[in-house]
Design a protein around this ligand. Sequence first.
Ligand SMILES: [Cu+2]
Length: 352
Amino acid sequence: MGKLKHAIAVAVLTLVSTVGLYFLFRWMFNLPTAASSQAGPIDTMFQSHFVMMAFLFALIMVMMLYSVAVFRRRPDDTEDGPHVHGHTGLEIAWTVIPTLVVVGFGIYGTVVLGDITREQDNEMVVSVVGQQWSWSFEYPEQDVRSARLVLPVDQPVVLELESTDVLHSFWVPEFRVKQDLVPGEVKSLRITPTELGSYRLRCAEICGTSHSAMLADVEVVSQADFEQFLIDASFRYSDLSPEERGQQFYIDLGCNGCHSLDGTAGAGPTWQGIWMREEMLTDGTAVTVDEEYVRNSILNPNDQIVQGFNPNIMPQDYGERIPALEEQILASEGAELDVIADIIAFMQTLDQ
Ligand SMILES: [Cu+2]
């Protein structure tokens, strides 16, 4: 075979391997759904890197394996191989071409970075606070706080990221972009979500023992659903009086399913006139409905059973649900509330 034939064979094998490897890489490093307008240029850049990686890997491997196979020593060949003293043209080529490719990728990356971080028209501001180990969100223009990030589809958003303690990193893989949160600084990140759906925000910077649990729900919703979210989220327990809050908890925690307010019988005793009422218990003792008794009745419902009622009817999990609700309110409203104290305040308004 002449030199040209070898060159053609290597070129064809390299081309075929490049295409094969490119699809292998795409399959191996399969990217999640692209859900923001920033994802487009980033994915194109990813693909171009995959092409380059596939080509370089194919080029080296094909040349090496081809030489091993085709130019191997034959049994009767005892001659030395020819001495090669270098090839100036080749050396210039393999210096200049990679330099141009690397510089080219550098310029390309800079252009894409400029593209995805550029200020857009009509941006909505959302401030994001990361702390060990949770996220909270505030919509300053709408005066709303939330424990999940809800974004209207196709609306350009600028996130203003702050950390209260250590480094964290804001990363929603479907949006592609990622930004570190640096204590003492406000970092910004631009996203225009383009696909309705539910995503997961995860902290991408090791930040302590519960780093892996530093997650938050992200929802991309229609403009109408976003308006509804703002209405729902602008309701704040901390804006109500303790008595009003207690009434709200009575409904939100489902107490109203079993405890009436008007004296009618239900699965549990009516709350009409409950405060400071004398209650007969199934163990024969009498008790006054005071703070201690109410707390115990909620947290340990089977401890003291009111005569005429059954144990195991009242849910046993308020000891977990109430602290969870308090934590949720702390995250979304920044207010430290005592749910049971508010329920008691409500009970005190329910005289005969
Ligand atoms: Cu973190």
